[in-house]
Write a protein that binds this ligand. Sequence first.
Ligand code: ATP
Length: 463
Amino acid sequence: MRELCMKDTSDSSPAARICCGIPWKTGRIPVVCLNHRLNSRESANSGRSGRFPQSAMFNLVHPQKVHAIMAKKTIADTDVAGKKVLMRVDFNVPLDGTTVTDDGRIRMALPSIKSVIDRGGRLILMSHLGRPTPGEDNSKYSLAPAAAKLAELLGKDVAFAADTVGDDAKAKVAALQDGGIAVIENLRFEKGEKKGCTEFAGKLAAFGDIYCNDAFGTCHRTDASMVAVPEAMAGKPKVVGFLVEKEIQYLTDAIENPARPFVAILGGAKVSDKIQVIKNLLNICDKVLIGGAMAYTFSLAKGGKVGKSLVEPDKVDLAKELIELGGDKLVLPVDTHCGDGFSSDCNKVVVNSGEIPDDFEGLDVGPKTAEIYAEIALNAKTVVWNGPMGVFEMAPFDAGTRAVAEALAKGTGTSIIGGGDSAAAIRVFGLEDKVSHVSTGGGASLAMLEGHKFAAVELLDNA
Ligand code: ATP
């Protein structure tokens, strides 16, 4: 069996596309090698394009399926005319040099941006981009290309400040007219951002009369711009943008008030990533279906044979605990589609779960499991899905993931896809418009499914 290695790489150069002897397949997104997996939640600036098709990013919600109101005040509820609105957005876009290769995240912020400028507000936009090291040459992480792209999308001037809280930022903010926009330089150029520093936050807070959080992908973090800034703006309006409103509305509804049967489908590479999610969802769901490589750790826990499959031996005890805790609610695969190599053209065999031959590894759930899972998903009234059922990047091992995706697309219940690779999968299959909601924040949506509340949202004004 193969133990999971999580070497993180954000290098997308052609050389880096060969990993463990396995070439990245062009035209497939995202490509993840078993041993050198690209951490997609944090790799938005890796230079890969095509991960989020623009149309998909902008059309996240099936309007008929929105059915709850969240309890936070939104930017629409706030009088912004002549006021300076300090808005935290997620402009963490992929760049190729100075070219934005996917402007999906900028487009998603447009409704909140337009709401401010169309009503005569003066908008200051702040965001992080990539993982710069404060104090070093970080020019490749500049937000200047994102500001230029925003100007292009809006068809109007957007001022760009070459620093974050320095003289240029102060000058650009002071020069704003009603309906004007300034983007300040990458928050992470300042070490105070990641540290949640109150002094840095105070400088940002001084820019605004109103604070708005429209960066869902960062809501689970406590960076200065997310928490210390609104804290420093006591007495001023602090609201959510439309994107955060929509995301939290869907996930809160699903967790707190689900139509039943409520089913969770969890897959992906590692059980350790999802322990808390599985525990939390076992408490609130009617069924929790397990797929992906994490199923083999459960198989080991049941004394099964896993061949060369990807497993986490140190999590076997935990898997045993979850099996006991879950009882009938926890549904494990009954069969496995295996290969004798990590490629589309390897020799393949379908076996019962726990009977994987020594020279083979499990690469997808088998056809019987796919059918059972699809049936459960189809009949559910609420489904949350996080993590693919197999190596969906590599046919024919995409079959299990596709079966689940198609069942969700066909179903009439609320279906919520939790970001990251499962969101990428549903887009690859062209089904994103057929589910209720595709989250824009893998880490943030996972944190919500784990039952966490976000400090960054809690401290905003109630509706
Ligand atoms: P993210 O972590 O990006 O939010 P996610 O939660 O949707 O995404 P991950 O836990 O990251 O999913 O796992 C996705 C990866 O797991 C995919 O690249 C897929 O190829 C891989 N994977 C799924 N099943 C297997 C398997 N049987 N063997 C090896 N890898 C697998």
